[in-house]
Design a protein around this ligand. Structure first.
Ligand code: MG
Length: 163
């Protein structure tokens, strides 16, 4: 078993879509970034890469590369999972927490879990998403940005028995 942790932050600005866990959430602002700035998908990606000691998504998908401008982060996550499986690991479970003052995320949690689980080719029951505010404190409390943490557990695939 190998454990991984990921953390990401993106700034909330006007004139951008608010995409979280692959779900477009109606709001008057959205997350700023080179890709679609899906802070939750990025934290999950970094947890998976971290558990496999494969670096981080900045190494895999540089924000200097125009190929990833406006990229769908679920597709990036799918690619991350391909790397993790090629390295000989299977995903046991993922648990993520989004730190967001507004809007309320509860109505979208199940859909986020389903989208992320699908991108990772795991069951929804292996993909947990939680949301909390920071009680008005700090940059998430002020609505300046959204942060996300994720942890995951990978299991080393057993080698095929010798014949
Ligand atoms: Mg990011």
């Amino acid at each position: 078993m190998r454990i991984g942790h990921g953390y990401d932050v993106h700034r909330l600005v006007e004139g951008r879509k608010f995409i979280l866990g692959g779900v477009e959430i109606p709001y008057d602002r959205g997350l700023l970034g080179h890709s679609d700035a899906d802070v939750l998908a990025h934290a999950v990606s970094d947890a998976l890469l971290g558990a496999a000691a494969l670096g981080d998504i900045g190494c895999l998908f540089p924000d200097t590369d125009d190929a990833y401008a406006g990229a769908d982060s679920l597709l990036l996550l799918r690619e991350v999972c391909r790397h993790v499986r090629m390295a000989g690991y299977e995903i046991e479970n993922i648990d993520a927490t989004v730190l967001c003052q507004q809007p309320k995320l509860r109505p979208y949690i199940l859909q986020m879990r389903q989208k992320l689980a699908s991108a990772c080719s795991v069951e929804t029951g292996q993909m947990s998403v939680k949301a909390t505010t920071e009680e008005g404190l700090g940059f998430t409390g002020a609505g300046e940005g959204v942060a996300a943490h994720a942890v995951c557990l990978l299991r080393e695939r057993e080698a095929a028995p010798e014949k």
